[in-house]
Design a protein around this ligand. Structure first.
Ligand code: BES
Ligand code: ZN
Ligand code: ZN
Length: 512
């Protein structure tokens, strides 16, 4: 992890290879920017005049400051119109600055956060603006600087330059303690996200169900978390025929990971997080086409996010009880694999006609949701890369959310907006429920041709297994993996960790 420090020093006295200043699209530059512009003989004024830099979101300009101030370079990054600035905008701007600084070969960067200045221009919707701007800056920069490169051999002399240290610079001594607290919180959250990204990025010949279980055990041992792993025999005893059905085609043994964090009072019901972990989804006998099949190593993103969230919650020592459940298996077309038309008996007793072995996520989640009921949770939130249809509906811009508890969904949506991990609700109606009924079993795992509504049908299948538990389902197929964004390098995003941590922080404040 990148080292993060806080410092109180005069702007012109601070020594750093790269000093980052957030700059809004304001007509009048602030006093600090004016002083810098004067000291550097007007490059900011001329950039504004020539419209090379106007403070637009994620616009950048790198200025050489050598001789005029202690910093070698000043990097201005735009955050848009004052009063329209959001925490997400700040996070992206910090990520943009970090990326540019790293590609410019700087080893250290400093973000200047003058006390109260950013708060003044943050969107005035106080309901949404609860955390410190410093949190967004540390998150945005550290997440942008994430690299997954353990399999790359480095030729001598070709080591790529990496940023090793981030400093938050304040002009006020009294703001330092708050700044430090915010940066520590953000670091713990970021570590959870990067853990999830690492697990998502690992190829499936490393990240097997056993590897996920071992990782969960290691994390539990480091924090105040208990970890129990169920193997095939225990799953058989519990009657988890649906999960075991998916595992049948693979030589890799399935694992059911149970993580329990008890930071709250003993008698307070926990919140259960359930994450789909198909460590590789070939589609099974309903085999997927070859193009981009490699990406299906990330079909365990829900599980990765569950493990990352539990680590973050435990290291933040949140006063709340959380259970993490991760059903983990491969989906392979082996000689013993389930075939279209096969009927499985789930832990709930309900029978399932498997009409498409590629709709395997809902099969493993069915048993996991039944298992969740043992904890009598006050809410169950599952995360799963469940349907390609969610990418059709929402692209990579938001995850789908559906469920049986509107209040829970609203809370999750609010956390999603604040953290920049957006959720968009899709309907779940009786008509959808009806379309899950099978002619010869209780349920079928895909709807008849022509029903459509792929993402909703995935949720409609899960609904009877969630039963009367207050339940929300997040379809993260579109948001878990993708192209480069300001603070998400190409590939794994860890989407969901920051949203869930924010949600759990809020819940922890309510029920101590
Ligand atoms: N893991 C896939 C969904 C997926 C697709 C995740 C693209 C990430 C990117 C899931 O198991 C699946 O194959 N779903 C099928 C369901 C269908 C058979 C009803 C799909 O979406 O095509
Ligand atoms: Zn599938
Ligand atoms: Zn899948």
């Amino acid at each position: 992890m990148i080292k993060t420090t806080v410092k109180n020093e005069k702007l012109f006295q601070h020594k750093t290879p790269c000093l980052v200043l957030f700059c809004s699209e304001s007509k009048k530059p602030g006093a600090d920017l004016k002083n810098i512009d004067e000291a550097l003989q007007g490059p900011v004024t001329s950039a504004f005049k020539e419209k090379r830099f106007e403070g637009k979101p994620n616009q950048t300009i790198l200025l050489n400051a050598r001789g005029a101030m202690k910093a070698d370079n000043v990097l201005l990054v735009g955050i848009g119109k004052p009063k329209e600035v959001t925490e997400e905008g700040l996070r992206q701007a910090a990520g943009t600055a970090a990326n540019l600084a790293e590609s410019s070969q700087f080893k250290k960067i400093t973000f200047y956060l003058p006390s109260g200045e950013i708060e003044k221009i943050l969107t005035k919707d106080k309901k949404l603006s609860s955390s410190e701007p410093a949190c967004a800056v540390v998150e945005g920069s550290c997440l942008a600087l994430y690299h997954f490169d353990q399999y790359k051999s480095v030729e001598k002399g070709e080591e790529s330059s990496r940023i090793e240290e981030i400093t938050l610079l304040s002009n006020s001594k009294s703001a330092l303690a708050k700044l430090k607290q915010a940066s520590e919180r953000a670091t713990k959250v970021t570590e959870g996200v990067c853990l999830a990204r690492d697990l998502q990025s690992q190829p499936s010949n490393t990240a097997t169900p056993t590897y996920l279980a071992d990782t969960a055990k290691k994390i539990a041992a480091k924090h105040k978390i208990t970890c129990k792993i169920l193997g095939k025999t225990e799953m058989q005893k519990l009657g988890m025929g649906s999960l075991l059905g998916v595992a049948k085609g693979s030589h890799e043994p399935p694992k059911f990971i149970i993580l329990e964090y008890k930071g709250g009072k003993k008698n307070v019901a926990p919140i259960a997080i359930v994450g789909k972990a198909v460590t590789f989804d070939t589609g099974g006998i309903s085999l997927k086409p070859p193009a981009n099949m490699d990406e299906m190593k990330m079909d365990m993103s829900g599980g990765a996010v569950t493990i990352g969230t539990l680590q973050a919650v435990a290291s933040l020592k949140l006063p709340i009880n959380v259970v993490g459940l991760v059903p983990a298996t491969e989906n392979m077309p082996g000689g013993s694999a389930i075939k279209p038309g096969d009927i499985l008996k789930s832990m709930s007793g309900k029978t399932i006609e498997v009409l498409n072995t590629d709709a395997e996520g809902r099969l493993i989640l069915a048993d996991a949701l039944s298992y969740a009921a043992r904890f009598k949770p006050r809410a169950v939130i599952d995360l799963a890369t469940l349907t390609g249809a969610v990418i059709m509906a929402l692209g990579h811009f938001a995850a789908g959310v559906l469920g049986t508890d509107e209040k829970l969904i609203e809370k999750l949506k609010a956390s999603g907006t604040l953290t920049g991990e957006r959720l968009w609700q899709l309907p779940l109606w009786d008509e959808h429920d009806k379309a899950t009924k099978s002619d010869i079993a209780d349920l079928k795992n895909i709807a008849s041709p022509g029903v459509g509504a792929g993402t909703t049908m995935g949720a409609a299948f899960l609904k009877p297994f969630a039963g009367d538990q207050p339940w929300a389902h997040l379809d993260i197929a579109g948001t878990s993996w993708g192209e480069k964004k300001p603070y998400t390098p190409k590939g794994a995003s860890g989407f969901g960790v920051r949203l869930l941590v924010h949600f759990l922080e809020k819940e922890a404040k309510k029920v101590k």
